[in-house]
Every structure is written in structure tokens, then in C-alpha cells.
Design a protein around this ligand. Sequence first.
Ligand code: P6P
Length: 364
Amino acid sequence: HAADAHRTDLMTITRFVLNEQSKYPESRGDFTILLNHIVLGCKFVCSSVNKAGLAKLIGLTGEINIQGEEQKKLDVLSNEVFIKALVSSGRTCILVSEEDEDAIIVEPSKRGRCFHLFSALFLMNNCFHYELGLIQCRYCVVFDPLDGSSNIDCGVSIGTIFGIYMVKDDHEPTLADVLQPGKQMVAAGYCMYGSSCTLVLSTGKGVNGFTLDPSLGEFILTHPDIRIPKKGKIYSVNEGNAKNWDGPTAKYVENCKFPKDGSPSKSLRYIGSMVADVHRTLLYGGTFMYPADKKSPSGKLRVLYEVFPMSFLMENAGGQAFTGKQRALDLVPTKIHDRSPIFLGSYDDIEEIKALYAAEGKKE
Ligand code: P6P
């Protein structure tokens, strides 16, 4: 009857996160409430993306967003839905969206009051103290409502990417609250709108995947405790930029194609939609790269709502994320739409890339 139990004992994303939070009796469910509103946004976008071809939502609105890209109706819609969902959660104070030039400071009446549990081990008067407590806080959410949207028309999987910071609510929110290194995030995830709608989430204790059951309207746990293979057979990069790559990137790709140690060449897989490329890398292993190049010395992907959330997930799944200079999550952004080169994926494969950059550094 195990199968029956599985069918009737549905582990929904809400129940899963409540279980996680219930380990701290003091926590008041604020994070779960916030997450539920993000999930609501994902469900809406999922149904809109599925209907897009029929509902003529596809097509350019003719407006240009601050990234200089033509904005598709689905972008505009998704952005509005997420902003409204996050504000109505009553748990946020600042929002940063790929679609909006400026950060959105939530009006005071909508910021609500919430508590976040913290646990800290610290040294005082030469002895260790451990403190578990609640602080009044609010959440800052950084997100790309519909990443990869240039692929909408041809039916390639696209996705929502989000990261969550927690700030004490003892001050008027400012940009400094979101210009934090990625390692300060308390949670991150993405929702991929493809053949199925899959939400992958980490709250800092591992990575779990949930698939939307449209008949229930619930995300069900389908990929518990995702661990990225230590080494992979796939590399993922836009080879069209090869002429502009720096030495270490060119060398790594060369080694993938013509291995020196006689091992088989790696396979190239590149979808051009970050959520789809990262999801495959997380499940199958290997590397996903958007390196710096002569044209774009900071690469293309944005730090806050693409690089950080995907790096947070990779590290929580046993992988690594590297910028070519440092651990990606140690980066401190200076502007909300900063970009950074990124190399992420299987632990051993990223070690190889780090070694090539270190060797280059020694030459300089
Ligand atoms: P390129 C999509 O526009 C995106 O922001 C990411 O989803 C994707 O990984 C990247 O750009 C693709 O960029 O230059 O290879 O087309």
C-alpha cells in the first residue's frame, strides 16, 4: 500500500516548507506565507505561458525594457503578477525585478510585521555561545519574472528566478538592504515553465524539486534532496562568443572537446534559456557558463536575480559557482542590475575552471 500512501499522503510545497519551519517552534510561518505568494505567481505565469500561443499573448508590445530588449506581453504580465503577489503577502519591504529600472520600496502599510528565526554561534569572553532567537524582519525579494523570454515564441522552456534576503525591520528600507552578497540569501529558487511546471527551491538546507499537478493546483515534491553529480559529461556555453573569450575559458572548452587525458569528449548542450540550462546541469551534472568576453567584460547575466539564486542552489546541491575571480556568492553588487561572469555546476568540473584561472593569474 506504499503507492496508495504516496498518492494520498501528498507532500505539497506548502506542507514541505511548514515541516521545515516547524523545526523551530518559535517561527511564525512568515516565510511560508511569503513563499505561498511566490508560488501563486508561478501558478499564474504557468497557466499564462501554456495558453500564450492560443491567447495571442505572444507578440511585441513595442515597449523596450531597461535591458534594451523588446518587451513581450507575457513579460509585462508576469512582472505585474509577481509584484502584486509579493506586496499583498505583507512580508516584503523591497522588491527588485529585472523588468524595472528602479527597486520597488513597498509602502509602509503593506510591509507587515514578521519574525525570522536566527541561530548564531559566537565567541564571547573566550567561550562559545549559541543563540537561537527571533528577530523582527521583512524580506527583500529579487526576481526575474520571465527569464529567457526571447524564447517564448518558439516554445522553449522559460522560467522565473527568485532570491530572498531578510532584513531587520528597524530602519527605513534602502538599496543597501538588497546590495548584499549572495551568501546572505535565506532562500532562492526557480520555476521552469516547460513540458511540466517544476519549482526548484533551497532554503539553505539542501535543494528540493516540486512539480505542479494541474488537477490539484498544487506543487508536489517530486525531486527530494537534489544532489548534482560530482563530475559531469556536459558543458553548456554559447560557442558563438568563442572569438571574444579569455584564455582560461577558451582552454576549458578546448579540454572539453579534445581531452588531454584520453577521456571521451564532453557533449555540448546550450538552450539559451538560463533556467532550462541550469535545471539540466543540476540534474545531469556538468557546467553552465556565461563567461566574460571582450564585448561584455562583466558577462551578460545579472548578479542579483540570475547569478546569485542559481549559485545558491548549486552550492546547496553540492556543486560550485565561480565568477572567474571569486566564489559567486561572495560577490558584493554595487547596482541592482549589475552583471557578472558565471561558471556553475559539478564540483570537480568547476575546480578545473578555477585551476585554469589561477594559473592565468600566476602568469600576470
Ligand atoms: P545568449 C535569456 O535572454 C538570458 O538572459 C538567459 O536566460 C540565457 O542563459 C542567456 O540570456 C542567453 O544569452 O547571449 O547566449 O543568447
